[in-house]
Write a protein of this length. Structure first.
Length: 300
């Protein structure tokens, strides 16, 4: 029964994060990207705050980690989520999910640079396969330097890059900080800053926001942010990091299928082939093949 519950929760995370991209797409149809990012976090913050108070978790980072707190607020929540919202104005939700699935690969690269972790040959091969497939996908989508969609691609990749850097820096400086503390106050401040910037720069017309966009924002704030977060960290204590990291390989599949259905786009054979190859390449970076070979090698 425990195994069944764990499998169902794993599926919940995949579906929750897989539908996040469509939620963003619907939200920014009638809400400007800065405002949409801020509203999402402002909706999520009260639940995170209540969860922190219920568990008796501190809201403030340690005094020695004030700079790290600013870094997390800006580089994990504020800028990346604005870039994701902006990117989805130009790019389909399914392609956004595929682009963001590069994030674990960036973690691997940053870990090698900052943490001196070794990159194995199979991981290099997986990275080459993944990014080669991504190039073919972008070429097949007709994106070029002259196309407005390329700005959206760059924005999404920049968001993935910033998230990856934040994960690596967190491993260095924030390993002892509770995950509740890590998220609660930064989400609240990021929401306030993004929403305030949206009011000043975008001057949104709230009367023109559709009911679908409001529902999407509520879903992003309550289900994708809070629910996905709680279930993910629940699973983090019960599954190995390698197994759980495959969430980043599986959720783009849901995102592509759901996004194609909503946006009325047919999935071409070439797109499906290159997407599958991309995810297979990134999955290869997560499999410790060299370590397994060393264990199976005969000992003299």
């Amino acid at each position: 029964m425990k195994g069944l519950v764990t499998a169902l929760l794993f599926l919940v995370v995949c579906i929750s994060w897989g539908t996040t991209w469509l939620g963003i797409k619907i939200a920014v149809e009638t809400v400007p990207p800065l405002t949409a990012s801020g509203l999402r976090f402002l909706i999520a913050f009260p639940l995170f705050l209540g969860f922190a108070l219920l568990r008796g978790e501190p809201l403030l980072f340690p005094k020695a980690r004030l700079g790290f707190f600013v870094f997390v607020t800006l580089c994990y929540f504020s800028l990346p989520y604005y870039l994701l919202n902006y990117g989805e104005l130009q790019v389909s939700s399914g392609l956004t999910a595929l682009l963001f699935s590069c994030m674990p690969v960036f973690i691997l690269i940053f870990s090698a640079i900052f943490l001196r972790e070794r990159i194995h040959l199979s991981q290099v091969v997986g990275i080459a396969i993944g990014f080669g497939s991504l190039f073919m996908i972008l070429r097949g989508q007709g994106l070029s330097l002259a196309h407005s969609g390329f700005a959206g691609v760059l924005a999404i990749l920049a968001a993935a890059l910033m998230h990856a850097l934040c994960y690596v820096v967190t491993k260095q400086r924030g390993a002892r900080i509770s995950v509740i503390t890590y998220n609660t106050l930064p989400i609240g401040l990021a929401g306030l800053m993004l929403f305030s910037a949206g009011l000043g720069l975008e001057q949104p017309d709230f009367s023109g926001i559709s009911a679908e966009s409001w529902w999407a924002l509520a879903y992003l704030g309550l289900c994708a942010s809070v629910g996905g977060f709680i279930v993910y960290f629940f699973l983090l204590k019960r599954l190995s990091p390698v197994v759980l990291s495959f969430v980043f390989i599986i959720f783009p599949v849901f995102a592509v299928l759901i996004g194609a259905w909503y946006e009325g786009q047919a999935i071409s054979r070439d797109f499906a082939l290159y997407a599958a190859t991309l995810l297979a390449g990134f999955a290869l970076t997560k499999l410790p093949l060299e370590r397994l070979a060393e264990r199976l090698a005969p000992r003299g």
